[in-house]
Design a protein around this ligand. Structure first.
Ligand SMILES: CC(C)(COP(=O)(O)OP(=O)(O)OC[C@H]1O[C@@H](n2cnc3c(N)ncnc32)[C@H](O)[C@@H]1OP(=O)(O)O)[C@@H](O)C(=O)NCCC(=O)NCCS
Length: 443
C-alpha cells in the first residue's frame, strides 16, 4: 500500500493519544527464542527501540528453547520434558547457560545498531542485564525431580527500577540465581508474568508464533479475564506454548497487570500496530471487561469530532461545530475503550421540564455490534429519569429501526414541543420517535 503524506499525517495523529498514554509506563515484552532468531528480528528490535525513544520503560524477557535444543543436541544430550518443562540436570546446565548467554549478546547487539536508513538511526540504547531474578528449585512433581528447573522466588525490583530510571532497557534471561549460588533454568513465560506483576507493569506483551486468541475460528481483538479463564478451563487451547502463555497472561492480569497483549513475531510491525492503532494486531486481554461510560469532558471534543464528523459528512448526523460541542459538552456521554480512545457517544438535551431528546448516538465503525450504543442508551435513559423527563424523543434518518427495537415508537414531528417543532427540518425528513420513561424506577 502506498501511503500519501495525508495518510501519514492521519496515522501520526491517530497514534498521538497512544504516545501520550504510554510515555513513562513500564512494559514487559516477552519474546520467544524463535522471535530472537526470526526473519523479523531486526525490525522487531528497531520497533522496541522506537518504544524506548518515546519514553516507554522496557523490560525485555526472552525465551531460549530452540537455541537450547540446538546446543544440547550438538553436545549429544536428549532432553526429557514433564508438562512441557525441560528436566535440566547439572551436566546440561553449562550448555543451557551458554545458549542463554548468546541470546543476551544477540539482543544487546541488535539494540546497539544505529544504521542509516533504519528506524534506529541516531538512537543510543543502553541495555543492562544482571542477577535480578532470585529463584528456587521446582522440586519433585508427580514423582519427577525437576533438578535445575527453577521458579521465580523474588525479583530485585529496586535494581530494575534504577536501571529503568537511568534510561536503560533491561534484558532478563530465563535464568535465576539462588542464595546458595546455584543457577536455575526458568520458563520465560512465568518469568515475564512474575516480573510484570512485581514491577506493577502497565502491560505485558507476549510476542510469539501466536497471532492472538481464536474462538470458533475468529481472532478475538479483546478478551476479558473471565473469558480467558473459561478458555483455559475448557481445554480448547491448542498447543503447549499457547496454554503456557495464556496461563501466564491470566496469572499476571488477575494480579497486578491491567493489560496483556498477544501478538506474533511473524507479522512485521505487529508491535507498533497493536500499541498505536485502534485496530491493533493481536489480542488484548484486560481486566476491564468492557468500556467505561461517563459524561463527556472538554478534553473529549477532539475524539467526539473524530467520531461524528464522518457521519455528518454522510448526512447521517446533523453537523455540530467544535464551538457548539464546547457549549453542549455536558449533555454528552461517551464510551471509552480500556486503552483510552472513544468507542461511542450519545447526547441528552432537555426540551422542556418533562421532555428530552436523545441525539448524536454513534459508535465507531470498527466497534459496532458489541452493545456500545445500547449501553449508552441505558445510561441516557437513566439520566433522563433522574431529570424527571417522562418523554424521550429521537430524530433519526438512518437508525429508526434500532430505536424501535429499544422500545421507541414512531410519533411524527407533531408531538414534539412547540420550540422543537419550529426547528424541525422538513427537507431532512427525519423520523421522529418517542419513548415513555417510567419515572417510578428512577435510580
Ligand atoms: C446505530 C448505531 C448507533 C448502533 O451502534 P452499535 O454500538 O453497533 O449498537 P449495538 O451494538 O447496541 O446494537 C447492534 C445491533 O443493532 C443493529 N443495528 C445497527 N444499526 C441498525 C439500524 N440502523 N437499524 C436496525 N438495526 C440496526 C445491528 O445489526 C445489531 O444487531 P444484531 O447484532 O442483531 O445484528 C451505529 O450503527 C451508528 O453509529 N450508526 C450511525 C449513527 C446513527 O444513525 N445514529 C442514530 C441517530 S441519533
Amino acid at each position: 500500500m502506498i501511503m500519501t503524506s495525508k495518510s501519514y499525517v492521519n496515522l501520526f495523529r491517530e497514534s498521538a493519544p497512544y504516545i501520550h498514554a504510554h510515555r513513562g509506563k513500564t512494559f514487559v515484552i516477552a519474546l520467544t527464542g524463535e522471535a530472537v532468531d526470526g526473519p523479523n528480528r531486526f525490525s522487531l528490535l528497531a520497533d522496541i527501540a522506537v518504544l524506548h525513544s518515546i519514553g516507554i520503560r522496557i523490560i525485555l524477557v526472552h525465551g531460549a528453547r530452540p537455541q537450547i535444543d540446538k546446543r544440547l543436541s550438538e553436545a549429544g544430550f536428549r532432553s526429557t520434558f514433564h508438562e512441557d518443562v525441560r528436566i535440566s540436570d547439572n551436566t546440561m546446565m553449562p550448555y543451557i547457560e551458554e545458549a542463554i548467554g548468546s541470546i543476551r549478546l544477540q539482543l544487546e547487539k541488535l539494540l546497539s545498531m544505529g544504521l542509516p536508513n533504519s528506524p534506529v538511526l541516531g538512537t543510543q540504547i543502553r541495555a543492562v542485564s544482571g542477577n535480578f531474578t532470585i529463584a528456587k528449585p521446582v522440586g519433585v512433581r508427580d514423582g519427577i525431580d525437576h533438578l535445575f528447573c527453577g521458579e521465580v522466588r523474588r525479583i530485585d525490583k529496586g535494581a530494575i527500577e534504577s536501571a529503568l530510571d537511568g534510561g536503560c532497557v533491561v534484558i532478563m534471561p530465563p535464568i535465576g540465581f539462588s542464595s546458595s549460588g546455584e543457577v536455575f533454568n526458568l520458563s520465560y513465560q512465568d518469568l515475564a508474568s512474575e516480573v510484570a506483576s512485581f514491577m506493577k507493569a502497565e502491560k505485558l506483551i507476549f510476542i510469539s508464533s501466536l497471532d492472538g486468541v481464536y474462538i470458533d475460528g475468529a481472532l478475538q481483538k479483546r478478551l476479558s479475564l473471565a473469558t480467558l479463564a473459561q478458555l483455559i478451563a475448557c481445554d480448547k487451547v491448542q498447543s503447549g506454548l499457547e496454554r503456557k502463555i495464556l496461563q501466564s497472561a491470566y496469572k499476571c492480569c488477575s494480579e497486578q497487570v491491567a493489560r496483556v497483549h498477544l501478538i506474533t513475531e511473524k507479522t512485521d510491525g505487529a508491535l507498533l500496530s497493536e500499541l498505536f492503532t485502534r485496530e491493533g494486531a493481536g489480542t488484548l486481554i484486560s481486566k476491564d471487561k468492557s468500556e467505561t461510560i461517563r459524561q463527556a469532558k472538554i478534553e473529549d471534543i477532539g475524539g467526539l469530532l473524530e467520531l461524528i464528523q464522518p457521519l455528518e459528512q454522510r448526512g447521517i448526523l446533523v453537523k455540530r461545530s467544535r464551538e457548539r460541542l464546547e457549549v453542549e459538552i455536558e449533555q454528552f456521554y461517551v464510551s471509552i475503550h480500556p486503552e483510552g480512545f472513544m468507542l461511542g457517544c450519545a447526547a441528552l438535551y432537555p426540551l422542556n421540564e418533562n421532555m428530552g431528546e436523545i441525539a448524536c448516538v454513534a459508535t465507531h465503525p470498527d466497534f459496532t455490534k458489541q452493545g456500545t450504543a445500547s449501553r449508552l442508551l441505558t445510561v441516557i435513559e437513566e439520566r433522563a429519569k433522574q431529570q424527571s423527563i417522562s418523554s424521550l424523543f429521537v430524530l433519526t434518518t438512518h437508525a429508526a429501526h434500532w430505536f424501535l427495537e429499544k422500545g421507541f415508537t414512531e410519533c411524527g414531528p407533531d408531538l414534539l414541543p412547540e420550540d422543537k417543532k419550529l426547528l424541525y427540518n422538513y427537507k431532512r425528513n427525519s423520523k421522529v420517535l418517542s419513548k415513555k420513561m417510567d419515572l417510578q424506577f428512577a435510580v
